[in-house]
Design a protein around this ligand. Structure first.
Ligand SMILES: C[S@@+](CC[C@H](N)C(=O)[O-])C[C@H]1O[C@@H](n2cnc3c(N)ncnc32)[C@H](O)[C@@H]1O
Length: 342
């Protein structure tokens, strides 16, 4: 695969140029989201000129026109030239995933990636040299207590939780249905954050009772910003390292194992006496991808103390913690599932 790529890339390095310029594409999307381009286009539901959009969003026409053209170039907006004038319109993707008013909006994820992850990645060379997180350099927070960064103030915590919510809006169904969970009647989602994944468990398995277990600050914010009336889940405050865990037939650990160093993962896994279901982005055994998981693993280096793992690495971790029957289920999308039974 890599050989084929390098053969054609020797003639003209298209792919390489695309990768080198990749950060500009992220920035185009971040900027358009920040300026409100996608919201305006969803609201108007008709093609608009750059002049009109610039006026509404209080930007320069010169700058905005180039931004709109770049969005057309990556198929996020559409354009038609009528009587020599460019008229821009939204696409299904921008209306569904980029406008803030859409229930599937990724705008919270974009905000977090833009304001927190992007500046952190400036320190990737340091992270690789030193083999540890760079929160201190990027945000002045402790590189030892990696949770301090997202929890440093209410506004940051809400932004972090918004990003986690965005992820599960599109990814929860595949993860929850990857393995049949109907035999499990009581489920605890450890570090379940906003409860978005837990609500999908409720939807797919209506006879299951599900509790989201998280630290008090997060539970408070989840109840305030992410719960509706008649919520099908319950919340419980606690510390999964230092306190008792609520009883359950199944424990979900979504995005938890990849955050901590091996010793802490084992401490938590040993504590879980029944079943356990980590949900993580999994690496390929042959180290050839997927690129989403490889980039997430680098992100974990920059931000936390953990990493992404291949199925055999999960197998080793879970067997060390005493689990016997271990099932790996790839979803073919961003996040995969491992079910371990003790
Ligand atoms: C990366 S987030 C994953 C959130 C959630 N599982 C999801 O996928 O949306 C890690 C979560 O673990 C929680 N957490 C961290 N340390 C914890 C602890 N000691 N006890 C309980 N929850 C904790 C955080 O508050 C956060 O909600």
């Amino acid at each position: 695969m890599a050989e084929q790529l390098s053969q054609s890339e020797l003639d003209y390095p298209f792919k390489l140029l695309e990768y080198i310029n990749g950060f500009k594409i992220s920035k185009v999307i971040f900027t358009a989201s920040q300026l409100g381009v996608f919201d305006l286009m969803l609201q108007c539901q008709k093609a608009l000129s750059a002049e009109c959009i610039a006026k509404e969003l209080h930007t320069s026409q010169n700058g905005l026109e180039r931004l709109l053209d770049a969005l057309v170039g990556i198929d996020i907006l559409d354009v038609e030239i009528i009587n020599g004038k460019a008229l821009y319109s939204s696409t299904d993707v921008s209306d569904l995933y980029l406008a803030k008013a859409s229930p599937k909006s990724l705008s919270n994820m974009i905000l977090y990636q833009s304001q927190d992850i992007y500046p952190l990645w400036n320190f990737l060379p340091d992270a690789v040299r030193q083999g540890r997180s760079q929160n201190e350099k990027a945000f002045g927070t402790s590189s030892k207590d990696t949770c301090e960064t997202p929890f440093r103030c209410e506004e940051e915590l809400l932004k972090f939780m918004g990003m986690m919510h965005s992820t599960w809006v599109f990814a929860a169904h595949d993860v929850v249905t990857a393995i049949d969970l109907s035999p499990f009647k009581t489920v605890v989602d450890l570090g379940g954050c906003t409860g978005t994944l837990a609500r999908e468990v409720c939807l797919v398995y209506p006879y299951c009772s599900i509790t989201v277990f998280d630290i008090p600050e997060v539970v408070k914010m989840a109840k305030k910003h992410f719960c509706g009336i008649d919520d099908c889940i319950t919340f419980k405050e606690g510390d999964f390292f230092n306190g008792e865990l609520p009883e359950a037939n199944l424990y979900i650990l979504a995005g938890i194992i990849h955050g901590w160093e091996e010793e802490k993962c084992l401490q938590l896994l040993h504590k879980i006496y029944a079943q356990n279901k980590p949900v993580e982005a999994m690496l390929n055994e042959n180290r050839r991808g997927p690129i989403f998981s490889q980039l997430l693993s680098l992100n974990m280096l920059l931000q936390m103390e953990g990493k992404e793992r291949s199925p055999s690495e999960f197998f080793k971790l879970l067997t060390t913690a005493g689990f016997k029957d271990i099932q790996v289920q790839r979803t073919g999308k961003c996040y995969d599932v491992v079910l371990g039974i003790k």
